[in-house]
Ligand binder design. Structure first.
Ligand code: F6R
Length: 616
């Protein structure tokens, strides 16, 4: 949450930063600001609102200079006001800082500083850090040097309890910018005669593809032509220069009105990418080299714990069904924010998976670390290959879905479910699945991308249905077995982008209370493909219809009998039960998308949200 970009080089910093902030806006969009260093002064411009508000603000008076730091905020401490926007300056006004993360002990630090006559202008925890750096810097009376600033940042960070990704400038030091990270991502972009700091490479990929992903407790000093990476406790730190593996175009809208729609349409390709090179026809299994486990080690696994948040946890829930039914290994899903504080009894042969598109979700990261602390092998299923979870996990499987920018997760979900299927197949083939079972699963899986294309062709019809229900008071999503998690995922999509209250449940739970909500204003969406529980779903649909509740059904081609009892029916191609979630979710993503558009909602940047949740 919150996006940072800093620039130091030969070009005007402000336009580069504004354009970079646009790429980071998915991380937060409550307020934005920048600080540019010029002629021994730091000029700060900031305002509440989005990057375009900052641009209008700058139109009258853009500060000129070749180094600067900037920020787009997702509010944690203090509302989205001009004063709470970053950058923040220290007591002297010479030091400016942008911060992503949370300073948990900010109040006690602020009390100490206020007792020393420091005056604060915001409610934020971040301003305290700016003052603390200034306090440490001006404790000394040496000449202004990079080392003095580095020492001050180091000393200030030792006081801090919490998480941070920061960029710091000093008015008297035009050739240096300091960055540091603990718990919030920070990348150094290496250009020619210019360097960058950013929360995410998407902000800098237009300028350079050479990047250093900082580790926790790393500090970096960058100048236009040089950089040094240090550890928080002094001395040099290890680093590696990586080449960014996606292009700027992949992160563009390319003609789509919204990233969410673009990403929904990318799913035939992203699902294919998740399985590409990972299917062995000869052995009728999947090959997941990244697991870093021998066949012998995999065979000893007797329990699997899957953890993630939000959409990733719903993909994990589908995984639970897949692993249990195809591999016959007990699997369970634990929400990361709960797991991190639980004392889950596990034994040596429990394998953990952390699912996270961004690979930066703080709760998932903490749950993973807790698992590792207990001696478990934790494998990551991430999209962002340079993310903290990807780097700290003991192995894993990349999604290769390409950048997902829409705040509502879509293609990452189907990629995660695809990988869950590959995992279940791998483990199943080591246990009771025959070669012919394995071959059937592979053949069916390979047919999925084309089936998704078929569903996407129904977009116009789905849009019409969406428009019909857009003004509903609330919505219920119901599904069973493999599609019970899809009901939850579809309800999450509906809530987060259209703000219509929705909840998802196993269909048969209706009569245990939820049916009280059914009314002509509260439609029910049944996910009822032609599977082992189709008839059960039909009975539940009848119960809703008997109470005058409108019903929209997602079912399989040929199940035309539903047209008699449902108000609207959307068809998916035939597929086995265990693959149906990869298809049923597609019309539901489109359904919530079109409802949100119909209601005039900001689909890619829903209110109060940010894509990457790096605070607890
Ligand atoms: C919902 C959504 C969130 C994320 C969740 C986990 O559309 O995007 O629920 O799924 O914040 O994010 P990652 O997968 O990055 O860990």
């Amino acid at each position: 949450m919150c996006g940072i970009i800093g620039y130091i080089g030969k070009r005007e910093a402000a336009p580069i930063m504004v354009e970079g902030l646009r790429k980071l806006e998915y991380r937060g969009y409550d307020s934005a600001g920048l600080a540019v260093l010029s002629g021994g002064r730091i000029a700060v411009r900031k305002c509440s609102g989005r990057i375009q508000d900052l641009q209008s603000h700058l139109a009258e008076n853009t500060p000129s200079g070749v180094s600067g730091i900037s920020h787009t905020r997702w509010a944690t401490h203090g509302p989205a006001t001009d004063n709470n926007a970053h950058p923040h300056t220290d007591h002297s006004g010479n030091i400016a800082l942008v911060h992503n993360g949370v300073i948990e002990n900010y109040q006690s630090l602020r009390d100490v500083l206020e007792a020393q006559d420091h005056v604060f202008h915001s409610d934020t925890d971040s301003e305290v850090l700016a003052h603390l750096i200034g306090y440490e810097y001006y404790k000394k009376t040496e000449p202004d040097t990079q080392e003095r600033l580095l020492d001050a940042v180091r000393a200030a960070l030792r006081w801090v309890k919490g998480t941070y990704g920061i960029a710091v400038l000093h008015a008297e030091l035009p050739n240096v910018m300091i960055g540091a990270r603990l718990g919030s991502p920070l990348v150094v972009g290496l250009g020619k005669g210019e360097n960058f700091l950013a929360s995410d490479v998407s902000a800098i990929v237009r300028h350079t593809r050479d990047a250093i992903y900082l580790n926790d407790y790393d500090l970096v000093a960058i100048g236009p032509n040089d950089f040094d990476v240090y550890s928080l406790d002094g001395g040099a730190a290890q680093f590696e220069v990586s080449v960014v593996d996606f292009s700027e175009e992949q992160a563009e809208l390319t003609g789509y009105p919204h990233y969410m729609l673009k990403e929904i349409y990318e799913q035939p390709e992203s699902v294919l990418n998740a399985m590409r090179g990972r299917l062995s026809i000869e052995e009728s299994t999947a090959v997941l080299g990244g697991l870093n486990m021998t066949a012998q080690e995999l065979r000893t696994i007797d329990r699997i714990v899957l953890t993630g948040c939000g959409t990733a946890s719903h993909a994990a829930m589908v995984g639970e069904y897949l692993i249990e039914s195809l591999a016959r290994i007990p699997a369970e899903v634990e929400i990361s924010s709960e797991l991190r504080y639980r004392n889950l009894p596990t034994d040596r042969d429990t394998l953990m998976f952390a699912l996270s598109q961004s690979g930066e979700t703080i709760d998932t990261l903490a749950a993973m670390r807790e698992g590792q602390r207990k001696g478990h092998r934790v494998l990551g299923i991430c999209n962002n290959v340079a993310s903290t979870i990807a780097r700290e996990s003991d192995g894993g499987v990349y999604m290769h879905a390409g950048p997902e920018i829409g705040v509502a997760a879509t293609k990452s979900f189907t990629s995660q479910v695809t990988i869950m299927t590959l995992l279940a197949l791998t483990l199943g083939r080591m246990n009771h699945l025959s070669a012919s079972d394995g071959k059937t699963i592979i053949d069916e899986l390979k047919a999925v991308p084309e089936k998704i294309r078929t569903i996407l062709k129904q977009d116009a019809q789905i849009k019409k249905i969406a428009q019909k229900y857009a003004r509903s008071k609330g919505m219920l999503f119901l599904g069973r077995q493999f599609n019970a998690p899809i009901a939850q995922e579809a309800a999450l999509k509906m809530k987060e982008i259209s703000y219509i209250y929705a909840s998802g449940h196993p269909s048969a739970e209706l009569k245990h209370g939820i049916i009280a909500l059914v009314s002509p204003e509260t439609p029910c969406v049944f996910i009822a493909p032609d599977d082992s529980v189709f008839e059960k779903n039909v009975s539940n649909i009848e119960e809703v219809k008997a109470r005058r509740g409108p019903v929209i059904a997602i079912t399989t081609e040929g199940k035309t009998e539903l047209e008699r009892i449902c108000d609207d029916v959307i068809y998916i191609p035939k597929c086995p039960d265990y693959l149906s979630p990869l298809l049923t979710i597609i019309p539901l993503q489109l359904f919530s998308y079109h409802i949100a558009v119909e209601l005039g909602c900001d689909v890619d940047k829903p209110r109060n949200l940010a894509k990457s949740v790096t605070v607890e």
